[in-house]
Design a protein around this ligand. Structure first.
Ligand code: ADP
Ligand code: ASP
Ligand code: MG
Length: 814
């Protein structure tokens, strides 16, 4: 004897029912089969909806009824294109019975739990009849049996308790002499000893099958559903979830109690004592191995077996100084909830006994609040305790595994993983058996929490980074292309799954939480929605993806002003924009502080020397205990280019124009030529060395002509370069006379910084600096005479993009 159960989706269409029939035929060739079926997928919900509508005097209950009718008639006709009259006649008769019941509810305006159970029973009665008659029509030895005649319960409507003594006897007697090879049994429905129609609770067809399997002591129970087993976590919310091959009864029970809908929680109970394994299989993919739930010792890699979630949770907190040390508060609290028939899903109590937290179904929150406040009326009036605090919009997530108790640090890992992603934990409970660690979090954080925990415990080697890039000009475009090219390498070699989830230029923006297709990003962006900086932030925040990183590839002040918002959401910031780090010291300090507080990296390596590892090296020196005594540097790729190409055979104007054309200068070349850009860079290095300094504190000796300094517009400025050629030639001549090279140098010494043009003699390391190269010399306590030198190309879109990329990877490796 075999017992199989097919769920709503499995019997949800004629196509799926045909798959069910062929699975059953295959089994029946070897053994007799009992097949428990659910209502056609979605029908139970529709029946309840129609009932509610009728109760509320809402005429649309007729439409809902028509919808239910159509679903069934279509399935009958599709399964039985011929010889369908008798089946249709019976189904239509049943449906008109249903219509009468709904009319009755409409008329009296009332839907009692008893009537509701009668109403939903139509779902399973119809599906089981249609399937068995279809099989008979095809010459298969099958029949249906009304489970209401076998499963006997008390009168606890909507979740009745089974009388096993009577039920088991009924089942044994009936199946001992049932003539048909295949029996189709409606799941979920039952009758009370008084003959009233009852049900076993939503999802209860699984339970019916387990009751039958246990009564008949079969070797195995098979639950056929629409997924390939019990997954490591909810597959609707985590794409990377995968089926667990073997799991213990206890683990399966914990997971289902905490929300893994694939198995109705009470299902394990009847089969547990008899040691009957449950095999979960996929009707839509019968060859998949599925999950075996049994008592077998299972050795698995991770002590965590699965992660589950339950939504619609309200948290009740009872607190007050009058509770300390006085026994009886919890007893009274639990008693009142039990009287109100409110199920407690989670309990935590601080050891100070100052407060008790309870997680319950959100739907019960008002009832609980009123009842508890009434119970503690006197204590509340005497200010011994506060009125109960109710918080809604919460969910419980739970890690489950028999073996967790033998491993230390799992809860630590769980909470630090959640914390790193800015997921606030409202309450924590750990079962004494240590098979389950639960946390109450905001409903809106559930998807992120499950994904990041799944990554941590089940995909420990890959880390997903979600990047949001603003600014896809020269540098930004290069960055996107580099990411596109390296994605596969990063995944295979560094176990980093890097995705661009948002992209924006000044006109449009696009988002894709699965990662933007980088083959067509330009076309997509051209068609994107209108971009605003606030809108980009809001969308990034609302997507709430784990390990999110905002990348600023602009030179825009407004973009820099939003970093604090990103950091406060635990979204990392990577910037080549120098404005934030060279802004007012208080702001720089604030951003650094936010980065620490919210565990959100803030990296800006490309602010100095483009892709050269200058800030990272400086950070490593300081972190390892070294002290910076002075810094000498040539930090402007553009000024270096200008002075390397300017001589008595060229014109200053032409050289500056060329530097701009090659993309080495800022859009406004005065930022470079006035020394402001270099001043910002040495300021950032000074700050990163631990010195509190502002831009005004930096001594800046300009080399531009007076009129160049005064010019109002970029065009005016270029004009002055032509007019003042003699001024620039004299700078060159003076250096040449001393056999020196002109270099624009930044210095930091004894807490003071300066920038300016210098005549560099031939024995100095700066003398031979070529093209757009940068050089930085760090003199430190450990490098007192021979400085640590970093030198290389310090400007250009490619190297800047690769510097940004390196910062992103640094976060990934963290
Ligand atoms: P049936 O109608 O076959 O009884 P259910 O809808 O009751 O199916 O249960 C199967 C569904 O449970 C899956 O489609 C999936 O969306 C959901 N589910 C939630 N958590 C899990 C999990 N951990 N493993 C598998 N499925 C899960
Ligand atoms: N049809 C019922 C429900 O939807 C029982 C089940 O499918 O298990 O809850
Ligand atoms: Mg189910």
């Amino acid at each position: 004897m075999k017992v199989l159960k097919f769920g709503g989706t499995s019997v949800g269409s004629s196509k799926n029912i045909n798959s069910v029939i062929s699975i059953l035929e295959n089994y029946a060739s070897k053994d007799s089969v009992i097949c428990v079926v659910s209502a056609v997928g979605g029908v139970t919900d529709k029946l309840l909806l129609a009932g509610k509508q009728a109760q509320n005097k809402d005429n649309s209950f007729s439409e809902t009824f028509t919808d239910i009718k159509k679903i069934h008639i279509n399935i009958v006709k599709e399964l039985n294109p011929e010889k369908n009259e008798a089946i249709l006649e019976y189904v239509e008769a049943k449906l008109s019975e249903l219509k009468s019941l709904l009319d009755g509810i409409f008329l009296i305006n009332e839907l009692s739990p008893k009537t509701s159970d009668k109403l939903v029973s139509f779902g399973e009665l119809l599906s089981s009849y249609i399937i068995s008659e279809t099989m008979k029509n095809r010459g298969i030895s099958a029949d249906s049996k009304n489970a209401q005649e076998l499963l006997i319960t008390n009168s606890n409507f909507s979740k009745a308790e089974v009388n096993y003594a009577i039920t088991n006897k009924n089942l044994e007697t009936y199946f001992k002499s049932a003539p048909q090879k295949i029996t189709i049994l409606p799941g979920f429905i039952s009758k009370s000893q008084l003959g009233e129609q009852t049900t076993l609770g939503r999802g209860g067809s699984d339970f019916t099958a387990a009751i039958v399997a246990a009564a008949l002591k079969v070797k195995q129970l098979e639950i056929w559903t629409d997924v390939s087993g019990m997954f490591t976590t909810n597959p609707n919310l985590v794409k990377q979830a995968y089926p667990i091959e073997k799991i213990s009864y206890q683990e399966a029970m914990e997971l289902s109690h905490f929300g893994a809908k694939v198995l109705y929680p009470p299902t394990v109970q009847p089969v547990l004592d008899l040691n009957i394994p449950i095999h979960i299989k996929n009707t839509l993919e019968p060859e998949a191995v599925g999950t075996i739930i049994s008592n077998d010792e299972v050795v698995s890699k991770s002590p965590v077996k699965g992660i589950s979630n339950i939504g619609n949770i309200a948290l009740l907190t009872l607190q007050g100084s009058g509770m300390i040390g006085i026994p009886g508060f919890s007893k009274r609290l639990f008693e009142v909830l039990s009287q109100e028939k409110i199920n407690i899903i989670l309990i935590t109590q601080a050891s100070s006994e100052h407060s008790i937290c309870l997680g319950i179904d959100e739907g019960d929150a008002e009832k609980a609040q009123t009842a508890i406040d009434a119970t503690f009326e006197n204590e509340i009036a005497l200010h011994k305790i506060d009125p109960i605090i109710v918080e809604k919009g919460l969910s419980i997530i739970a890690l489950v595994g028999d073996n967790m108790k033998n491993h230390q640090g799992i809860s630590g890992k769980m909470f630090s993983t959640l914390g790193k992603n800015n997921i606030n934990i409202r309450a924590i409970a750990q079962g004494a058996s240590e098979k389950n660690i639960s946390a109450v979090i905001l409903e809106t954080d559930v998807k992120k929490a499950l994904n990041t925990l799944h990554e941590q415990f089940f995909e420990s080697k890959t880390k997903q980074l979600n990047v949001f890039i603003t600014g896809v000009g020269n540098v930004g475009e290069k960055l996107v292309e580099q990411i596109k090219q390296q994605r596969k390498y990063l995944k295979e070699n560094l176990k980093i799954n890097l995705r661009i989830a948002g992209l924006s230029n000044s006109r449009t923006m696009i988002f894709n939480e699965e990662g933007i297709d980088l083959n067509t990003w330009k076309e997509q962006l051209a068609q994107g929605e209108k971009a605003t900086l606030e809108g980009f932030f809001e969308k990034t925040k609302s997507l709430n993806l784990r390990n999110s990183i905002f990348v600023d590839v602009t030179a825009n002040k407004e973009v820099a002003n939003l970093y604090a918002n990103y950091l406060r959401q635990s979204i990392g910031v990577v910037a080549c924009n120098k404005i934030a780090c060279s802004s007012d010291f208080e702001n720089y300090k604030l951003l650094k502080g936010l980065s620490l507080k919210y565990n959100a990296p803030f990296l800006f390596e490309t602010n100095v020397g483009a892709g050269l590892p200058i800030i990272d090296t400086l950070g490593n020196l300081i972190a390892s205990g070294d002290k910076i005594t002075s810094i000498h540097a040539v930090l402007s790729g553009s000024l270096n280019f200008v002075f390397n190409n300017f001589n008595d055979t060229t014109k200053f104007y032409d050289v500056v124009k060329q530097a701009a054309a090659e993309g080495y200068t800022e859009p406004d070349p005065r930022i470079d030529l006035s020394g402001v850009d270099v001043a910002r860079k040495i300021l950032i290095l000074a700050r990163e060395s631990g010195v509190e300094m502002n831009l005004e504190d930096i001594e800046n000796t300009p080399f531009l002509s007076e009129s160049g300094m005064q010019s109002d517009t970029v065009d005016d400025f270029y004009e002055t370069l032509i007019a003042d050629e003699a001024h620039y030639q004299s700078l060159y001549a003076s250096a040449k006379a001393k056999n020196c090279q002109l270099k624009y140098v930044a210095q930091f010494n004894n807490g003071k910084a300066s920038v300016g043009l210098q005549e560099i003699p031939s024995d100095h390391p700066f003398y031979n600096l070529k093209g757009k190269d940068n050089i930085v010399m760090f003199y430190t306590q450990r490098y007192p005479e021979q400085p640590m030198i970093i030198k290389g190309a310090g400007a250009g879109a490619d190297v800047t993009a690769s510097g940004l990329f390196a910062d992103i990877i640094r976060i990934g490796n963290d």
